[in-house]
Design a protein around this ligand. Structure first.
Ligand SMILES: C[S@@+](CC[C@H](N)C(=O)[O-])C[C@H]1O[C@@H](n2cnc3c(N)ncnc32)[C@H](O)[C@@H]1O
Ligand code: SF4
Length: 377
């Protein structure tokens, strides 16, 4: 299984919490498409496999492009790889772009999964976040997409936001359940460096919510999602039946992927690589026939820590047979010793030789994962 990720580095407006790479100038939007085509050609040998099981348009805001442009990029991929018949092809979209015309055009394309950034259905939160849409517009956008025939829809939501009370969070979740959506990504607000939110926090203009409130919002999310038929398969991700995000699962299962566009990351088992997060420098490099990227050769222990980080966050857990096979007896024993206390206090369970976080463990997952890291002195 391998996949391609396109990073679309444009947003019509910058949200105040978001540090993802983007430009709010649309000037180079069409030239960028040419660069994506060139980069695909330049890196057609990057993946070992000749078939693609997933293509993911993320960003930034992929819905700034016309669906025909998106289809053109999919067709471009098919020049170098065989796209599986059942490939998952996802487009991240902002609700305010999902008008009738856009959606009907998109339905004609090969995109078969939509990931819509709702964040909250409450206008007060959306204004604080500097979103471009109201709660009602977001709700209507989902309805419209469903009416047009999209039947694999994911929504992004953010909790832990200063203006989001528990009562409002419950209303947000209830609306999502009512909409009968297939997949939910719910993130706790992070005060990422260089965002307006981080600056406001520093100046005391925003106050972080209490830890107990954070915990309660996360707990309510997990419990209510389960009651509404969702499987909690990764810390922030929930799906109905077979609607696991194949593309994101590939990241967590350490499969190969090629990232195209400024700031996009790639992984081919040996090294991690990321393109420069700068539109002009990226385009200049690609137009000159090269790629402006940085690489990180992962050491033996870094690869192990990477496996811990990506697998413990999922419901498949950390497979001890894989640890033994790839990292040998020393790190296998390290895992057994580390797991002991967490198993005793029921933060972790051992199932078919996999270490899996229980709900109690998920609440403190960052602490557990760092405890498992192997530091080579
Ligand atoms: C890269 S964004 C792209 C989605 C699309 N542009 C949109 O905004 O609708 C993916 C998701 O990451 C989440 N996100 C971004 N920054 C975040 C932060 N600082 N804290 C929590 N979630 C964040 C948001 O839920 C967002 O929808
Ligand atoms: S959340 Fe989405 S729309 Fe907002 S700045 Fe980030 S990528 Fe752009």
């Amino acid at each position: 299984m391998s996949g391609i990720y396109f990073h679309i580095p444009f947003c019509k407006q910058a949200c105040h919490y978001c540090a993802f790479h983007k430009s709010i100038s649309m000037q180079s939007i069409l030239d960028m498409l040419d660069c994506f085509k060139k980069e695909l050609q330049l890196r057609k040998e990057y993946l070992d496999q000749k078939s693609l099981s997933t293509i993911y348009f993320g960003g930034g805001t992929p819905s700034v492009y016309h669906p025909e442009h998106i289809q053109m990029l999919i067709d471009e991929c098919s020049k170098y790889w065989n796209i599986d018949m059942d490939a998952e092809i996802t487009l991240e979209a902002n609700p305010d772009d999902l008008n009738q015309e856009f959606l009907s055009e998109l339905k004609k394309s090969s995109v078969n999964r939509l990931s819509v950034g709702i964040q909250s259905f409450h206008d007060e939160d959306l204004i604080l976040m500097n979103r471009r849409h109201t709660g009602n517009e977001a709700y209507q956008a989902i309805k419209r997409a469903q009416d047009i025939g999209f039947n694999n829809i994911s929504v992004d939501q953010i909790y832990g936001v200063p203006s989001l009370s528990m009562a409002k969070w419950i209303e947000n979740l209830n609306l999502v359940y009512e909409l009968e959506i297939q997949h939910i990504s719910s993130y706790h607000l992070m005060y990422d460096a260089n965002t307006v939110f981080a600056k406001k926090l520093q100046k005391g203009q925003l106050i972080e919510i209490e830890e107990e409130e954070s915990f309660n919002q996360f707990k309510y999310l997990i419990d209510s999602a389960r009651e509404n038929g969702f499987t909690h398969y990764e810390i922030s991700n929930f799906c109905k039946e077979s609607y696991i995000s194949k593309h994101n699962s590939a990241y967590w299962k350490q499969r190969q992927y090629l990232g195209i566009g400024p700031s996009a990351h790639s992984y081919n088992f040996k090294e991690r690589e990321w393109n420069i997060a700068h539109n002009y420098k990226y385009m200049k490099a690609v137009n000159e026939g090269g790629i402006f990227s940085e690489k990180e050769d992962l050491s033996f222990y870094e690869r192990f820590n990477d496996l811990v980080l990506t697998s413990l966050r999922t419901y498949w857990g950390l497979d001890l047979d894989v640890v033994m096979e790839q990292f040998g007896d020393q790190l296998y024993r390290h895992c057994i010793i580390k797991a002991e206390k967490y198993i005793q206090c029921k933060h972790i369970r051992r199932e078919k030789n996999c270490l899996i976080l229980n709900d109690e463990g998920v609440f403190i997952s960052n602490d557990i994962m760092s405890d498992f890291f192997f530091i080579d002195d």
